[in-house]
Design a protein around this ligand. Structure first.
Ligand code: ADP
Length: 164
């Protein structure tokens, strides 16, 4: 039996924290599907296609990692793809309440899918896509936090959206 896990998120954009979690997950599972949510209600900075493209660029061709768009219920996607686990990253206690609720709700919806939490390297525990976007928007240097092509994409995107 192939052990397959789904790592869902917005990845708006992918950060070194996400990559750290992916690297840990792919050592535990035969296959990891990084599932990128549309998440229109979150008003993402990057379109779904851009987020998928940035992840592909960051990951290259890692043997057991696939990138896919995620629409609809996560547990339905997991069952359709024959995945038995959902991976989520835990950075701080502040992540816990929401993640705990989601994990138990997903278990209620689909008992065969287990949620597994992975902690990143300490230096990534304060890192989030939101804070990276905030720093980039204010003209700060984000090269320590995201892959170089993501830093370039942020500069381009925010440069284009600067007010006249
Ligand atoms: P979502 O909108 O689902 O929160 P994100 O892209 O922000 O999507 O995050 C996807 C997952 O990655 C979540 O489980 C989140 O906790 C985790 N994550 C985000 N940033 C980090 C980080 N720096 N270290 C570890 N996990 C992280």
């Amino acid at each position: 039996m192939i052990r397959r896990a789904i790592y869902p998120g917005s990845f708006d954009p992918v950060t070194n924290g996400h990559l750290d979690v992916i690297d840990r997950a792919r050592k535990l599972f035969d296959e990891v599907i990084v599932a990128v949510a549309y998440n229109d209600q979150k008003h993402p900075l990057f379109s779904l296609q851009e987020r998928l493209g940035l992840l592909k660029g960051a990951l290259g061709t890692i043997r057991n990692v696939e990138i896919a768009p995620l629409d609809g219920l996560l547990v339905d996607f997991a069952v359709a793809r024959k995945a038995t686990a959902v991976i989520r990253g835990l950075r701080a206690i502040s992540d816990f309440e929401f993640e705990f609720q989601m994990a138990l709700m997903n278990r209620k919806l689909e008992a065969t899918v287990e949620t597994i939490f992975l902690m990143p390297k300490e230096e990534y525990t304060y890192l989030s896509s939101r804070i990276v976007k905030e720093i980039a928007r204010l003209g700060g240097d984000v090269t320590d936090f995201v892959p170089s092509r993501v830093a370039k994409a942020l500069a381009k995107k925010l440069g284009m959206t600067k007010p006249e």
